[in-house]
Design a binder for this molecule. Structure first.
Ligand SMILES: C[S@@+](CC[C@H](N)C(=O)[O-])C[C@H]1O[C@@H](n2cnc3c(N)ncnc32)[C@H](O)[C@@H]1O
Length: 297
């Protein structure tokens, strides 16, 4: 990670808090990264862990923003809903050794070596919630485009919290922005962004779900709902926001765009074209063979 951040050496004055360069627009900077780093491939688990690191950098090392552990009430049970690799739950469990921290996810991608107060369960958040005990804190991060029915999720969260308990959500939200107008409406990146918004909303798992994160919890009877974060603006380390966006999107771009663009947005057109005999399209076939050198007589 340090290597990734240290790679950007153009700006002279370092940000003392984040340990990265101060912001400066530079025409030689690409919006999100460069071709060289786009060839770097990281697994989706690594991507989630890297994303966790960017989150904590953005929020001054904090794992959450709300006041859940500020009052007299002890935080005993904490749910990391859609925990991914479980990195947030693990860090929370380490920081709060008295709390029980279950994490649930559809995928068993969590490590085996975990703090004694963290546990991981494979479960579906979109099915009925059947926890035997209620929680003091429910944390959900980067679940937009995953969840079909956020209002139901907020209702379930409400019902599964102890009185006075907190929910906190953290997410990225499209459309992409540029404060200096360098992201042109005609750019491919903008079109990708628009297309992704359209496609995810057509399947009901909107990538813009975070824009409702104030309204929907209020509708589910939560009180003191506060919207914070960076609200679209870039945080003190502007480059880190771009680096984050790039490192988060680039490695997974093909994976999450292909299905969406073919099955959801373009599927019918593609299939119609395939059935159209006036279109003489084909896929080239490559045949390759090789021979092991024969033995010398
Ligand atoms: C982008 S990842 C975020 C992971 C983690 N919250 C983090 O911030 O590192 C979204 C996670 O949600 C999980 N997920 C999606 N739909 C889910 C569901 N219905 N029930 C449980 N987990 C779900 C996925 O398996 C994935 O691990």
């Amino acid at each position: 990670m340090a290597g990734v951040l240290a790679a950007n050496t153009k700006t002279p004055s370092p940000d003392p808090e984040l340990g990265i360069e101060a912001d400066e627009y530079d025409d030689n900077d690409s919006a999100l990264g460069n071709l060289q780093s786009s060839t770097t491939s990281i697994s989706s688990s690594d991507r989630l862990d890297l994303q966790h690191h960017f989150f904590t950098l953005t929020f001054d090392g904090k794992l959450f923003i709300c006041n859940v552990d500020k009052g007299e009430k002890q935080v005993y049970r904490v749910l990391d809903a859609g925990c991914g690799t479980g990195i947030w739950a693990i860090d929370f469990a380490d920081e709060h050794p008295d709390a029980e921290v279950p994490g649930i996810d559809l995928s068993p991608i969590q490590p085996a070596f975990i703090p004694p107060n963290a546990t991981f369960v494979v479960d579906d958040l979109e099915q009925e919630w059947a926890f035997s005990n209620k929680f003091d804190f429910i944390y959900m991060r980067m679940l937009s485009a995953s969840i079909l029915d956020f209002p139901a999720m907020f209702k379930n969260s409400f019902e599964n919290l102890n009185p006075g308990g907190y929910i906190e959500l953290a997410d990225k939200c499209l459309p992409m922005l540029s404060d200096d107008g360098s992201l042109l409406p005609t750019s491919a990146l903008q079109q990708w962004s628009d297309f992704t918004i359209e496609g995810t909303s057509e399947v009901g798992r909107s990538i813009t779900a975070a824009s409702e994160y104030k309204k929907q919890p209020e509708e589910a009877s939560f009180i003191n709902v506060v919207e914070t974060g960076t609200n679209g603006r870039q945080t003190p380390g502007q480059k880190i926001q771009r680096l984050w966006t790039y490192e988060n999107l680039a490695p997974g771009l093909e994976g999450f765009s292909l299905g969406l663009f073919t099955r959801v947005k373009g599927w019918k057109k593609v299939r119609n074209d395939m059935n159209d005999r006036k279109i003489h399209a084909y896929l080239p076939i490559y045949v390759a063979s090789g021979q092991k050198p024969p033995e010398e007589p």
